[in-house]
Design a protein around this ligand. Structure first.
Ligand code: ZN
Length: 129
């Protein structure tokens, strides 16, 4: 069963908040406790931009069981407008519509479900804009 607390925490877990070093300005996602650029330990929260473009991508034809209902799908490294890079699935697009340079936007979606998972899991995916 899903608890009310679990529901309340979902937006906090997935609201794409990064840590910006107050010493050198480097943005870390996910946030770190020590800056890998300058060794600083002070950060301020920075909301990541939702838009970016595909740096590289690959089509997954034979996924793990919990993603089987979504195959084939594209996994991409996306560079956001502020230069932060992250890996995510590209949703709602046939693999031949996604390539290097494709402009995408991060959205909140169901990630996976299946017999092994008691609850649906949610997080961010990219969609073509
Ligand atoms: Zn720093």
């Amino acid at each position: 069963m899903l608890s009310p607390r679990y529901h309340r925490e979902i937006p906090q877990r997935y609201r794409l908040e990064a840590g910006k070093c107050t010493g050198c300005g480097k943005i870390h996602f996910p946030p770190r406790s020590v800056c890998k650029e300058c060794g600083g330990r002070a950060f301020e929260m920075e909301k990541l931009p939702s838009k970016g473009k595909v740096l590289t991508c690959t089509t997954v034809e034979i996924p793990p069981a919990e993603f089987d209902d979504q195959k084939p799908y594209v996994n991409a490294i996306v560079e956001l407008e502020n230069g932060v890079r992250l890996t995510c699935m590209v949703a709602e697009a046939p693999p031949d519509e996604v390539d290097v340079g494709t402009e995408v936007e991060l959205v909140f979606r169901r990630l996976r479900c299946g017999r092994e998972w008691e609850v649906l899991q949610y997080g961010y995916k990219a969609v073509v804009v």
